[in-house]
Design a protein around this ligand. Sequence first.
Ligand code: MG
Length: 263
Amino acid sequence: MNARTRAAVMSGLMMLAWTAHAAPQAATQTATQAKPEDTEVWKPEPRRVTPALPTRAPSDAIVLFDGKGLGEWVSAAAPDKPAAWTVADGAFSVRAGSGDIETRRAFLDYQLHLEWRAPSTLRGRGQERGNSGVFLASTGMGTGYEIQVLDCAEHTSTYANGQAASLYKQHIPLVNACAAPGEWQAYDIIWTAPRFKADGSLQSPAYVTALHNGVLVQHHVALRGETMYIGLPSYRKHGPAPIRLQDHGDPVSFRNIWVRPLN
Ligand code: MG
């Protein structure tokens, strides 16, 4: 037995001796002193919320569209002007050429639910198949952080990081959970806004978790900056911001939109 082996054997014997001595005492202490209620937490109680149903927002949500009017929305280009999209049959649709619309209110972190529908008659390919988008923070004309809205039943006709439920040109969805064009689809999104230092530099990036039709498609992904069509994303300092919907020229429809601010 060399020195190293002897040391290992001695170490093992000491451990056995310690275990034989200590284990019964520890077990006795656990049985006699610790109680289940030692690890129970009773206060504060979570606030009571009436849960969402397919046609009803949870009780603490801000309803952004209830099927009637666009009072919570304005023109993104001219926020003092009303949103000019078309409301009909409990939904509203992009009026091509009228421009993006955005919420009247600004938000920091939030949970968002919305439902969208690509037109059932689609003739184009790729990015021309029912293109719209949800800018999770609208930071100015044409800028922000877009989660793509697009028919993806024919997902092979466009680039993966630009298909539905992608964080456009930054994160490919984990799976393709698309329904057929003409069918209603749901996004449930958790948005954590980026934070900036006083000098404008980034303190922490934006994070997104998203479910598409109840299926996880983005799992707490960090964004590299605002969405860019050409070039690489980057951050510019901003605070709470509206949520914006994109007019990409296709008559995409939306309904049942609500948001729960998390701050
Ligand atoms: Mg788009």
